[in-house]
Unconditional design. Structure first.
Length: 221
């Protein structure tokens, strides 16, 4: 084992890590926004809206992420061509980001829904008694408390997404793992680079999991 070749390759590996972190951050942001909207639809008294949200969640939670990534990679350009009538270059990054947002929204939806249902119903009644609308009650009273309770779960799902970003190798996107694998193959040291990549994934994921445990203890108090 010779790990000396990793040091000259660090700039390229750093670019791959930046791609991975960017995908994760944007995927989490978009997934939380879409997941919150889906959670509100699932809790809606309108049965049609609730059924639509439930179908969305159950569908995306029943198929593998790898399938979603490859499907959106081919589907997004086709949809844009159908809407605009022109061939619009999308690229692997945009299609992967759409896939992550759509897929993770199903999981974030259930986290947000559980967080909202954990808030005592009396608080919604009290907000209504004060003259607040449903939207105001959710925005000012319910959601801030719910997000505080579900922060550890949101972070835990973000860690899972960080690990799942390695699946973008299927569409040729140069994330951290793909960059390490490619560099190792070029210089004939694939094992060393894959071991290094595994250590980086472990270090970041373990540090984030410790942060989650710390937050759980603080929120419990």
């Amino acid at each position: 084992m010779d790990f000396s070749a990793i040091i000259p390759a660090l700039p390229g590996l750093a670019d791959g890590l930046w791609m991975t972190l960017k995908l994760m951050a944007l995927g989490v942001l978009g997934g939380v926004v879409l997941g919150t909207l889906l959670a509100l639809l699932r809790l809606s008294p309108n049965r049609l809206l609730a059924s639509f949200a439930a179908t969305y969640v159950n569908y995306f939670r029943s198929i593998p992420l790898l399938l979603v990534i490859t499907w959106f990679y081919f589907a997004v350009p086709f949809i844009l061509r159908w809407i605009t009538g022109e061939d619009t270059p999308v690229g692997a990054f945009a299609s992967c980001l759409v896939a992550f947002v759509m897929f993770e929204a199903a999981y974030f939806c259930e986290i947000v829904r559980a967080g909202i249902q954990a808030i005592p119903r009396g608080q919604m009644g009290a907000a209504s008694a004060l003259g607040m609308s449903y939207a105001q009650s959710m925005r000012l009273i319910i959601l801030p408390q719910a997000f505080r309770k579900m922060t550890p779960l949101l972070l835990q799902q973000s860690i899972i997404l960080f690990q799942d970003t390695s699946l973008v190798y299927t569409v040729g996107l140069m994330d951290f793992l793909n960059a390490a694998r490619s560099r190792g193959d070029i210089i004939g040291q694939a094992h060393e680079f894959l071991i290094f990549a595994g250590l980086v994934y472990f270090t970041l994921s373990f540090a984030a999991s410790q942060l989650v445990k710390h937050l759980q203890k603080r929120l419990a108090v």
